[in-house]
Design a protein around this ligand. Structure first.
Ligand code: SF4
Length: 433
């Protein structure tokens, strides 16, 4: 049986693509293994979004080729966003690669292996989930109809395509049957779900359907877009026991001048009005956002406005990226580019402000009781790490719990008394179970 190793770069959407591919390969009796050295075929599922990610992907390709140099019988396939965006460049500049595929080219990959893909109707039916058993991502759509000036994704992933609701409900049931207790909905633009397929936004309806699925305890939604935000989804968050009061909505900036240059379609006033509605409708909401600093045209005054807003608004969770100059995006041809070193200074300053806010919010939770989903146990430290409803995997805070406080396993929901806090961690003990 041929052995295959898949390296996945980039975001959770790319991870789901690798999982769908793994399911197809296993259905054709390929063995997908963790060791690239022991593999006959090395597949690198790349990210091509921003400079740093592109460098990491190219590095991963060369690491695979290095193994091929040591054993010429090995094959190296490249797929994903980098090859979707730079296919011809890779063919020209890295001829050692055996085959190159764009995004979602599962059929072509299997054909290149002399196989015909299975699950003609629904590729995700054979998906092999690779996250810890108790949580799983579900991609509800592909592509994006927005044209944010700095973003290469619409050029890579194409227009917005919602997946049919029945297909999603069936997949969610399979994921729950497979052990998922937390289901995390992902896309490029969750607010738009259904508009292309049904002529109207149907994310609230999808959430109502998902909450009926036995076995799921937490339903978390990522990547909301502020413009035309489906307010009916807030009712679901307020009323549901399963749909978490957690809202991840990148806003990228708060200066009207910059929001125009970024082609975001929002203003500070429209964002504040929306946030007021959100906090009013769902008082216990956890708000996450991401900001971009150093976008062409960003003045010191624009940046100061961002600092003031972050200080005043107090997001629960915040990520900040420096602008990446991506050819083929509208911003690439804008003037007034910002020195990358200055952009990094601005990123550091925003995260310093956020660190204080995060510490204070975490300290307010000391002596409180929290429901925590345990993600893993570290045998070296003797500590569990887990998350509250306020924390998505990999990107948010974690709760650290000594094992001696009670026996539990990853995937368990436990009651934790918070005893201490740091900027991005809570420390606590499991209450008697
Ligand atoms: S919403 Fe904007 S930033 Fe997000 S994927 Fe679409 S174009 Fe890119």
């Amino acid at each position: 049986m041929k052995k295959v190793h898949i390296t996945t770069l980039g975001c959770s959407k790319n991870l789901v693509d690798s999982e769908v591919l793994q399911g197809q390969l296993e259905a054709h009796e390929f063995q997908v293994i963790d060791s690239p050295e022991a593999s006959d075929l090395l597949i690198v599922n790349t990210c091509g979004f921003i400079e740093k990610a592109k460098e990491e992907s190219i590095q991963a390709i060369f690491e695979a080729l290095e193994l091929k140099k040591q054993d010429p019988a090995k094959k190296v396939f490249v797929t994903g966003c980098l090859s979707e965006r730079y296919r011809d460049d890779i063919v020209r500049e890295i001829p050692e690669v055996d085959a190159i595929f764009g995004t979602e080219e599962y059929r072509a990959i299997l054909n290149a292996l002399g196989k015909k893909h299975m699950a003609e109707d629904n590729l995700s039916r054979l998906r092999r989930v690779t996250t810890p058993r108790h949580y799983a991502y579900m991609k509800i759509s592909e592509g994006c109809n927005h044209t944010c000036a700095f973003c290469a994704i619409p050029g890579i992933r194409g227009k917005h395509r919602s997946r049919p609701m029945e297909e999603l409900l069936a997949e969610a049931q399979r994921l729950a049957d497979g052990g998922a207790r937390e289901l995390i909905l992902i896309s490029q633009d969750t607010s738009y779900y259904g508009k292309d397929l049904y002529g109207k936004q149907r994310i609230a309806e999808l959430l109502r359907g998902l909450e009926k699925i036995d076995g799921l305890r937490w339903i978390r939604v990522l990547y909301w877009y502020p413009t035309n935000f489906p307010l009916e989804a807030l009712e679901v968050m307020r009323e549901s026991d399963k749909v978490l009061a957690y809202l991840d909505m990148p806003i990228q900036h708060v200066s009207d001048r910059m929001l125009r240059r970024m082609r975001r379609g929002d203003t500070l006033q429209s964002l504040e009005r929306l946030y007021d509605k959100i906090r009013h409708t769902v008082p216990e909401i956890t708000l996450r956002t991401t900001l971009i600093v150093g976008h062409p045209g960003e003045t010191n005054a624009d940046f100061r406005a961002m600092c003031d807003f972050v200080r005043r608004f107090e997001f629960d969770r915040l990520g900040t990226f420096t602008y990446s100059d991506e050819e083929g995006t509208p911003a690439f041809s804008q003037d007034e580019k910002i020195d990358p070193a200055l952009a990094e200074e601005r990123q550091a300053e925003i995260m310093e402000i956020q660190k204080e806010i995060s510490l204070r919010k975490n300290q307010n939770l000391i002596n409180s009781e929290q429901i925590v989903l345990l993600d893993e146990y570290d045998i070296n430290t003797g500590y569990y790490s887990g998350r509250t409803y306020r924390d998505a995997p990999e990107i948010d805070n974690e709760v650290l719990i000594p094992q001696n406080s009670a026996t539990a396993r990853p995937g368990d929901f436990v009651r934790v008394t918070v005893e201490d806090a740091a900027e991005y961690e809570l420390f606590g003990v499991i209450k008697n179970r």
